[in-house]
Design a protein around this ligand. Structure first.
Ligand SMILES: Cc1cc2nc3c(=O)[nH]c(=O)nc-3n(C[C@H](O)[C@H](O)[C@H](O)COP(=O)(O)OP(=O)(O)OC[C@H]3O[C@@H](n4cnc5c(N)ncnc54)[C@H](O)[C@@H]3O)c2cc1C
Length: 391
């Protein structure tokens, strides 16, 4: 497709020839479902038995999709991207934490990251995954509306305190904060906490952004109810709109429980639902700020068209675009070049902790028709362009 996002010179201006070659190699592997399955199995096996595979992972998939092991490691990438007007959102890897000590450590880490990014316009958002601050089982029980026993109640109070502590810190430092969305079995508890935080911190502007997964067929109703509810009338909402990352898992869970899947029945339906979500937000923009978190060119173009039609300043803080580091550079860098607010989510942390994230990226790209093909084609176009330029 030849459009405003086909400018590969701009898209890959920060990638060396070696990095392009590595990206081509990675996306070729990712394209192959069997290879992804085999490499995932082998990597998990090697990590479990402490075989020395970390340097290989680091040199390949890790360096392509992640900023480094520490926040300081990320600084060179952050600086280079900001020279191209692309902002960064530092995302410390926090998957599979399950003890109170880990939740406390994670809380401390989130607070220290906000300290690290304050007064840095190149890092306009913080981000966290809710279940890094408390046990999945508690989130599940709250989502189901089950009563908690005395001990669980005390633990839940700690979860709320951690949640509020991170949001308060972001608010006090005037940093917007994205709350990630997770599986349906924990999401209602997350939504309730996110609303509580918005009621407290989003009075003057959107500081707290909850994530809305539009692959869920019930999300339009969720958005509608939030805005209709009179007790939310003073809230300026923040929503990060995504399609959703847990499709296959959600379908398996629904099947095993013999219940209706919470996910739209086809990609087309998800796309229609995502567009309806955008339309709803556009209609209510005086009460909502939007992060359009998508690698889908049509979705991004829809938001750009709206911005132009409404004569909104491209750099208006109310609308942001976000993509993941290592993917869809053609969208992020071309958007930034045209003056739109755009950022990359830049994951960082120990290689071992980032493996679930990396595996999700691989599986997602394998299961999403067209995405890997598009990435590969763009990389090849840029390699050809450089070859012609050189000759
Ligand atoms: C900045 C950023 C932040 C993100 N944060 C989160 C988050 O907090 N939580 C989260 O869950 N995800 C998150 N994601 C991932 C996101 O939900 C998508 O998985 C990913 O972006 C791919 O969707 P897309 O809109 O980019 O592109 P597309 O390639 O157009 O869409 C692919 C998506 O469509 C949906 N889909 C594909 N096939 C079908 C089908 N057969 N039936 C129904 N639906 C289908 C799936 O959601 C799939 O991921 C984030 C993504 C970005 C870029």
């Amino acid at each position: 497709m030849n459009n405003i996002f086909s400018n590969t010179k701009e898209a890959f201006s920060l990638k060396t020839n070696f990095e392009l070659l590595r990206a081509q190699f990675l996306f070729k592997i990712i394209q192959n479902r069997t290879l992804v399955k085999v490499s995932t199995f082998l990597t998990n096996f090697a990590l479990k038995f402490y075989l020395p595979v970390t340097p290989i992972i680091k040199m390949t998939v890790f360096n392509h999709f992640c900023g480094g092991v520490s926040e300081l490691d990320c600084n060179p990438v952050i600086k280079k991207m900001y020279e191209k007007k692309v902002s960064s959102v530092l995302d410390f890897s926090t998957e599979a934490f399950n003890s109170e000590v880990e939740f406390d450590n994670c809380y401390d880490k989130k607070i220290s990251i906000i300290e690290f990014i304050k007064h840095r316009p190149e890092i306009p958002f913080a981000v966290f995954k809710p279940t890094c601050l408390g046990s999945v089982d508690l989130f599940k029980k709250k989502t189901k509306g089950e009563d908690l026993n005395y001990e669980e109640n005390l633990l839940w109070i700690k979860v709320v305190e951690r949640f509020e502590g991170v949001c308060q810190k972001a608010h006090d430092n005037d940093i917007k904060i994205l709350i990630d969305a997770e599986e349906v079995f924990v999401q209602k508890a997350i939504d309730d906490l996110a609303l509580l935080m918005m009621l407290k911190f989003n009075r003057k502007k959107s500081i707290i952004f909850n994530t809305v997964q539009m692959y869920r067929w019930d999300r339009l109703e969720y958005l509608n109810n939030l805005l209709k509810d009179k007790s939310n009338k003073d809230v300026i909402f923040g929503f990060k709109l995504v399609r959703g990352a847990y499709m296959e898992k959600e379908r398996l869970i629904a099947k095993s429980l013999n219940i209706k899947s919470p996910i739209c029945s086809s990609k087309k339906e998800t796309d229609i639902n995502f567009n309806s979500g955008l339309d709803f937000i556009f209609k209510n923009l005086e009460r909502i700020s939007l992060v359009c978190a998508s690698h889908n060119e049509d979705s991004v173009i829809k938001v750009m068209d709206f911005i132009k039609k409404r004569n909104i300043k491209f750099s208006d803080d109310k609308i942001w675009f976000g993509q993941l580091y290592g993917m869809s550079d053609n969208i992020t860098f071309n958007l930034a070049n045209m003056g739109y607010n755009s950022f990359k989510i830049l994951p960082f942390g120990p290689v071992r902790n980032l493996m679930p994230y990396l595996i999700r990226r691989a599986e997602e790209n394998t299961s999403v028709e067209g995405q890997t093909g598009r990435e590969l084609q763009l990389i090849i176009n840029e390699k050809n362009r450089r070859a012609i330029e050189k000759s």
